[in-house]
Write a protein that binds this ligand. Structure first.
Ligand SMILES: C[S@@+](CC[C@H](N)C(=O)[O-])C[C@H]1O[C@@H](n2cnc3c(N)ncnc32)[C@H](O)[C@@H]1O
Length: 400
C-alpha cells in the first residue's frame, strides 16, 4: 500500500510579531525557546515592507496575548517591545507538509482512530524492529513505508512474528519494507559487531548494561562468557586485554562471534557451540574467575553446574527475570532461585542495588550476595543481575 504524501498537510495560524528588520536577531535571541516549534520551519518570515520582519511564535502560545504564557524574562522583553511600539502583534499562517511531521504524527493521521499508533521500535544497525499487534496487520506495509521515510539511518523495517520462541532467543521476522537484508553492522563500546538479526539474539537496549558489568571486571580476570551471543561482553573485554573464553549454544552466534573477534582483532578463546553446563565443565583447568550468564529467562537453571564444580570458585554474574515487586521480595526471590540451582547455601543479600551500582555489586560478590535491578522489561517484568561467589566442591571439601 502506498499513500499520497502530498495529501498530508495542515494549516495553522500562529502568533507572530512584526518587528524592525534590523532588530530581528535581538528578538530571536530573547524569545528563542518560544519560537515556532516545527522542525525545519523558518522562525522568521519576510513581509512586503523590506524594513520589517515577522517573528513566528510557538503554536502553544495564545494568539491574543502570547506574553501571558511566557516565563518572566521573555514576557518582560515582549511587553516592553509592545508598550514602546517597536513590535506589533500579528498572526501568520504556516502550512505543515509531510516533511514536518514525525513518523508517529504521520501514522496518527493515516491509521484509523481505533488503531493504536505504533510508537516504540528497536534500532539494530540499519534495521528498525517493531513488535506490531494483530490489529496492525492491514497497515503493516504502510507503517514500514513511513518509518523508512522518517527514521534516520533505517534501511529495513522488520516486524517480530510471535513471541521469542527458540532456545537461541531468536524469533521469526517479516520484512515490512526496505532492503531485505537483515545482516547488520553496528558499534557498541567502541567495537564493531556484525550479525544477522534473524539468526542470533541482540538487544540494543542492553548496551549500557553490557558496558556497566564489563567495567567492573578487573584486567587480570579470566572470564567465562557462558551464553555469549555474538560477543557484547567478550569482545570489548578481550579488547581491553581481559582473558575471555566464550560459548553459546547457537552455532550461528559462534560463527558471528568468530567474525567479530577477527574484525576487532581480539585474542579470544571460543568454544564449539555447547550447553553452558558442559562448556564450564570442559574449561575447569582454564580456571575462570568470573562467569557471565546472560540468559534471563532460564539462565539460573544452568547454575546447577556448580553442584559438582571442582575448580576454584568463580564469581557468577547471572541475569534473570522476575516480577516487578517490592525490593525485599524481588531480592529474596532471586536469592532463593540461585540457592535452589546451586544446591548450597549462599550469603543473604542486604539490599536491592540500583542499575548503575554494578561496581558495588561486584565488590559485594567477593564475600556476599548482590542483587541488582537492571531494567524494566514489560509492565510486570523486571530484569535483575545476581552476583555472588559460586560454591565449588573444592571449597565445600575444605569447609567440611
Ligand atoms: C539473551 S541471549 C544473550 C546473548 C549475549 N550475551 C548478549 O548479551 O547479547 C542468550 C544467549 O544464550 C544462548 N543459550 C541459550 N541456551 C543456552 C545454553 N543452554 N547454553 C549456552 N548458551 C545458551 C542463546 O543462544 C543466546 O545467544
Amino acid at each position: 500500500m502506498s499513500f499520497n504524501r502530498e495529501a498530508i498537510s495542515e494549516t495553522h495560524e500562529v502568533p507572530a510579531l512584526l518587528v524592525p528588520a534590523k532588530r530581528t536577531s535581538a528578538y530571536v535571541k530573547a524569545l528563542r525557546r518560544h519560537l515556532v516549534d516545527v522542525p525545519r520551519y523558518r522562525t522568521v518570515a519576510s513581509v512586503d515592507d523590506a524594513s520589517q520582519k515577522k517573528i513566528l511564535l510557538s503554536r502553544q502560545l495564545p494568539r491574543d496575548d502570547p506574553a501571558s504564557a511566557l516565563p518572566e524574562e521573555a514576557a518582560q522583553f515582549l511587553r516592553k517591545a509592545l508598550d514602546e511600539g517597536e513590535a506589533q502583534p500579528t498572526t501568520h499562517q504556516i502550512t505543515l507538509a509531510y516533511d514536518h511531521f514525525t513518523a508517529e504524527e504521520v501514522l496518527r493521521k493515516l491509521l484509523p482512530a481505533s488503531i493504536p499508533t505504533p510508537s516504540a521500535f528497536e534500532h539494530v544497525g540499519h534495521v528498525a524492529h517493531l513488535n506490531l499487534r494483530p490489529e496492525h496487520d492491514p497497515y503493516k506495509a504502510l507503517i514500514g513505508e513511513v518509518l523508512l521515510d522518517k527514521v534516520a539511518n533505517v534501511r529495513t523495517v522488520v516486524n517480530k512474528v510471535g513471541e521469542i520462541a527458540t532456545e537461541y532467543r531468536t524469533y521469526e521476522l517479516e520484512v515490512l519494507g526496505g532492503d531485505p537484508s537483515t545482516q547488520v553492522e553496528l558499534r557498541e563500546q567502541d567495537c564493531v559487531f556484525r550479525f544477522d538479526v534473524r539468526d542470533v539474539y541482540w538487544n540494543s537496549r542492553l548496551q549500557s548494561e553490557h558496558a556497566r558489568l564489563s567495567a567492573t571486571i578487573p584486567r587480570d580476570a579470566r572470564v567465562a562468557d557462558c551464553t555469549c551471543g555474538v560477543g557484547p561482553f567478550s569482545i570489548p573485554l578481550s579488547k581491553r586485554g581481559v582473558a575471555c573464553y566464550a560459548n553459546d549454544l547457537n552455532p550461528k552466534a559462534i560463527d558471528f562471534l568468530r567474525e567479530n573477534a577477527r574484525l576487532n582483532k581480539c585474542q579470544l578463546q571460543i568454544s564449539e557451540p555447547s550447553c553452558a553446563r558442559s562448556f564450564l565443565r570442559s574449561i575447569t583447568d582454564w580456571r575462570p574467575t568470573h562467569c557471565i550468564y546472560n540468559l534471563p529467562a532460564t539462565g539460573i537453571e544452568l547454575l546447577d553446574v556448580f553442584r559438582d564444580f571442582t575448580g576454584e570458585a568463580p564469581i557468577v554474574h547471572c541475569y534473570c527475570f522476575g516480577k516487578s515487586r517490592n525490593d525485599v521480595d524481588a531480592m529474596s526471590d532471586v536469592h532463593a532461585r540461585c540457592v535452589k540451582a546451586v544446591g548450597a547455601s549462599l550469603p543473604i543479600p542486604d539490599k536491592l542495588l540500583p542499575s548503575p551500582a554494578a561496581r558495588d555489586a561486584s565488590q559485594i560478590a567477593e564475600q556476599g550476595f548482590a542483587v541488582r535491578w537492571v531494567r524494566n522489561v514489560s509492565p510486570n517484568k523486571d530484569m535483575y543481575c545476581a552476583s555472588f561467589r559460586a560454591p565449588s566442591s573444592r571449597k565445600r571439601a575444605r569447609t567440611e
